[in-house]
Write a protein that binds this ligand. Structure first.
Ligand SMILES: [Zn+2]
Length: 281
């Protein structure tokens, strides 16, 4: 299995009362980082898993009714956290990003897509179909902002399910199958339905052989997963299907209880970010 260079990046955060995100939470506001993965494949070059927030998010949420998104989910993006600025500090130009795996079409995951003109954009058909079937209000109430997609999105989109379906490493059980995005087993996309219709996670091995699973919004945090605390009815309203969310969540719990469980990275887990940030300082 080809090993990948990996860096976890935080690209802004939003704040929410804890009790809206998870049952048994407090009224105090919690910060939810928007995490992205930067990966380098030895032959395919640079790849992103999601993009977090960006200045485009301000444009997309300027008109009504989209402004409600900004009001109900206040976000912050310090200039030094902008994805393009972070990449520049690493010597990577926007045009160098060859692929972006889109976990799902919620605004806080795709706001930076317009900044990467050369990237193939990887998603699932169901994710786009769900967006196309909904009205403007319907998309807004599901956290989806079509205005964030680049104008040539449909020319650059690549569907994960068109890649070969392969067995996942045993450590991922009960998840069984993934899509082999590059045909060499280096990046396997895993369908994680429920939170949205075509939500994707990715599984890969880092250069130090660490098996890593970026699981997007299939759970809010490692603590919620450990303590089996699901989202509240309010958070569930944006979901595509709650029964599928519960099933995906249960599988993640089962996987984590197994031996040799991968390093699981939920996109908004503050604890995961702090541990990573502390370890790389
Ligand atoms: Zn989401």
């Amino acid at each position: 299995m080809t090993r990948l260079q990996f860096k976890l990046l935080k690209v802004g955060h939003c704040s929410h009362p804890e009790c809206i995100a998870q049952r048994g939470g407090r009224w105090a506001s919690m910060l939810f980082p928007a995490l992205c993965g930067l990966l380098r494949h030895p032959q395919r070059g640079w790849m992103l898993f999601d993009t977090g927030y960006s200045a485009h998010f301000m444009d997309a949420t300027a008109p009504f009714p989209e402004r409600l998104y900004r009001w109900t989910t206040p976000f912050s993006l310090p200039p030094e956290e902008m994805l393009t600025a972070q990449l520049q500090r690493l010597g990577i130009a926007p045009g160098d990003i060859a692929h972006v795996v889109i976990s799902h079409l919620h605004g806080d995951h795709i706001a930076g897509l317009r900044d990467f003109p050369n990237a193939r954009l990887i998603t699932m058909r169901g994710e786009l179909e769900a967006m196309d079937q909904r009205s403007r209000f319907g998309n807004l109430s599901h956290g989806t902002l079509p205005a964030l997609l680049p104008p040539d999105f449909r020319q650059r989109v690549v569907y994960a399910e068109d890649a070969a379906q392969v067995s996942l490493p045993a450590e991922l059980k009960p998840f069984e199958h993934g899509f082999d995005l590059f045909g060499d087993g280096s990046v396997l996309a895993v369908h994680l339905p429920g939170h949205s219709r075509g939500q994707l996670g990715i599984v890969f091995r880092q250069e130090d052989d660490r098996l890593t699973f970026m699981s997007a919004d299939a759970c809010w945090s490692m603590a919620a997963l450990r303590e089996d605390r699901g989202p509240t009815w309010l958070a569930r309203r944006i979901f595509d299907r709650n029964d599928q969310y519960q099933d995906t969540f249960r599988r993640l719990r089962q996987m984590q209880a197994g031996s040799g469980a991968p390093w699981l990275i939920p996109s908004h887990c503050a604890q995961t970010w702090k541990a990573y940030d502390d370890s790389t300082r």
